[in-house]
Design a protein around this ligand. Structure first.
Ligand SMILES: Nc1ncnc2c1ncn2[C@@H]1O[C@H](COP(=O)(O)OP(=O)(O)OP(=O)(O)O)[C@@H](O)[C@H]1O
Length: 268
């Protein structure tokens, strides 16, 4: 019998069931995440948006196995989060580019590849392929401080991509950049996503950024950190920045804003 591997339903990349995480602190317990249920499929671009302290970073860190839930369960790429981490199933991009100043761009991208023990030739191939993906070909020998903030962030994305993960975890990668640079990088990121078919989990504080980038928007609210709304976007996957003026875009942005307002205490 010929096995048909093509299933109608997409592959589940992240499955989160009744997950909670409480930090024990000197001031008592902090319920960073409470009863989270979420499914993310292959090729999804999912944004997490919510006020400060609602658990966005903690959720990303749980997916990355950098924090352990106190209740519930999580699978990443069909395995435990720990196994996924050991299998290098994800690349992680932080808010600050976190490049090593004493290494040039090429050597920064090479770092995880050196740790993986790849041959020099394989390292060279991956460096050149991924710098090309983020439009940094020609900047291999430059040091981080010789590049703009946006270019540094692109270099850190290239470094995350170089391990060839199926999943990209991005924690406010463009939060510190001005709006025009951010717009440009948003467009580039969408193109890169379309080209590579990665699954992306993306933390942001920006409503337009979340709506522009995502296939699914998860609105969180704090104390305890929980999901308030999950919005499946019906915008076409192939989009340009002009889409932000359309009624369809504004409708989704409105729903996100309403969710944020409902979960906001304004005490902070
Ligand atoms: N290691 C930790 N120990 C104790 N409490 C923590 C720890 N990490 C996070 N918290 C608390 O958990 C809650 C969620 O924090 P988290 O950083 O995930 O929020 P966030 O939504 O990412 O916030 P921001 O938008 O400001 O980055 C906060 O109340 C925070 O103070």
């Amino acid at each position: 019998m010929v096995e048909n591997n093509k299933s109608a339903s997409p592959k589940r990349v992240i499955g989160i069931d009744n997950l909670s995480l409480t930090f024990e602190t000197n001031d008592g317990p902090v319920n960073a995440l409470s009863d989270i249920n979420l499914e993310i499929d292959e090729g999804d671009f999912v944004s997490f948006i919510g006020p400060s302290g609602c658990g966005k970073t903690t959720l990303l860190r749980v997916i990355a196995d950098l924090e352990q839930p106190t209740a519930g369960s999580i699978t990443v790429n069909g395995t435990s989060a720990e196994e996924a981490r050991l299998n290098r199933a994800y690349g992680y991009v932080f808010q600050a580019a976190a490049l090593y100043p004493w290494r040039n761009i090429s050597k920064n991208v090479a770092l995880p590849l050196e740790i993986m023990g790849l041959s020099r030739q394989e390292q060279r191939q991956r460096i050149s392929k991924n710098l090309e993906l983020v439009n940094l070909t020609g900047f291999e020998k430059k040091y981080p401080w010789q590049l703009s903030g946006g270019m540094q962030q692109r270099a850190s994305i290239a470094r995350a991509l170089a391990v060839e993960p199926a999943l990209l975890l991005m924690d406010e990668p463009f939060g510190a950049l001005d709006e025009i640079v951010r717009d440009h990088l948003n467009e580039q990121l969408l193109k890169l996503w379309a080209k590579t078919n990665k699954t992306v989990a993306f933390v942001t504080h920006s409503i337009p950024e979340a709506v522009f980038l995502s296939t699914k928007i998860v609105v969180l609210c704090p104390r305890p950190g929980r999901i308030y709304d999950v919005i499946e976007s019906d915008l076409p996957r192939d989009r340009s920045l002009n889409i932000r003026e359309t009624p369809e875009f504004l409708k989704i942005a409105h729903r996100v804003r309403e969710g944020l307002k409902a979960g906001h205490s304004y005490e902070d």
